[in-house]
Design a protein around this ligand. Structure first.
Ligand code: FE
Length: 292
């Protein structure tokens, strides 16, 4: 491990390890809520992180029938399975394995997210990203990213990084930019696969909130070497870079970071605004059909 830096100042440590809780949403879809539930209410600017994964169609077949969103963004990352997306403005798309949908709901959309399969594995994540006050009523926008548009950086050691959003600099310093663009919180979203015995390093803006969610194997995080296993979310503390090693097993995790908004958050189901009055307005607009 010749490139292990002796100086670990600036390295972000796992400040807190959190495990998600089993719950269900939509029409009985079983999932694990990692952010946005009792274990971690929020992590500004991130409002929610759900992991779904099942071989049994009963756990997902109900899908997420028609429902609204206003005031934030939903980011769906599919690992396995297919999901059909349709909204009230005529937009439609199929999320396939390895694809990402970054949906800026803005002033409002009404959509459904339904499985396009009756059997087999369905697996992936949905992250909710808050919008700054000035953008909450922006026009809805979709970034549907096909799997082949997500750069995959392979290291000589067998490590692999899928760059969904933000910049990733590999060991040689070459920078790869993710396809998701123009997002207010300047996100970093990486899917990192580390074979046992390899390590990963990435610069992070010191002012940005960041977390690692381990979804396969086991990873050792930071200079104090906090071990996180499958299903652990590590909230990262202060610093300007992160170091992760796969010491005892292969590891796969997401590294997500973004600029905190430091604005009041008032949540009511699928509406996330800054004031109670704006929530009342959202409920009124939705019931009066003004999301069209
Ligand atoms: Fe939705």
């Amino acid at each position: 491990m010749e490139h292990v830096r002796q100086d670990l100042s600036g390295t972000r440590e796992a400040r807190q390890l959190v495990r998600g809780q089993p719950t269900s949403d939509g029409d009985g879809v079983k999932l694990t809520r990692v952010i946005g539930g009792r274990s971690l209410a929020d992590l500004d600017p991130f409002l929610l992180l759900d992991e779904f994964g099942s071989e049994s169609s009963a756990d997902y077949i109900g899908g997420f029938p028609s429902h609204p969103h206003r005031g934030f963004e939903t980011v769906t990352y599919m690992l396995e399975g297919r999901m059909r997306h349709r909204d009230n403005q005529g937009n439609e798309g199929l999320l396939v394995p390895g694809s990402v949908q970054w949906m800026t709901a803005g002033r409002g959309i009404v959509h459904s997210e339904m499985p396009e399969q009756e059997e087999g594995r369905m697996r992936g994540f949905q992250l909710w990203v808050n919008l700054p006050a000035k953008d909450k009523m922006t026009a809805p926008r979709y970034q549907d990213i096909a799997p082949e548009r997500i750069p995959q950086v392979k290291g000589a050691d067998g490590s692999q990084v899928r760059v969904i959003a933000g910049d990733y600099a590999d060991a040689s310093g070459h920078v790869t930019r993710g396809p998701v663009q123009g997002i207010a919180i300047e996100p970093l979203y990486l899917d990192v696969t580390l074979p046992r015995g390899t390590r990963f390093e990435q610069a992070l803006a010191a002012s940005h909130a960041a977390f690692i969610y381990v979804f396969e194997g086991q990873a050792r995080i930071g200079g104090r070497a906090t071990d996180a296993v499958r299903g652990d979310l590590a909230v990262l503390g202060e610093g300007d870079r992160v170091v992760v090693a796969a010491e005892v097993a292969d590891a796969r995790f997401m590294l997500v970071a973004g600029r905190p908004l430091n604005e009041p958050v008032v949540k009511y189901g699928p509406f996330v605004m800054n004031t109670r009055a704006q929530i009342v307005q959202a409920v009124d607009d939705y019931s009066a059909g003004r999301f069209a």
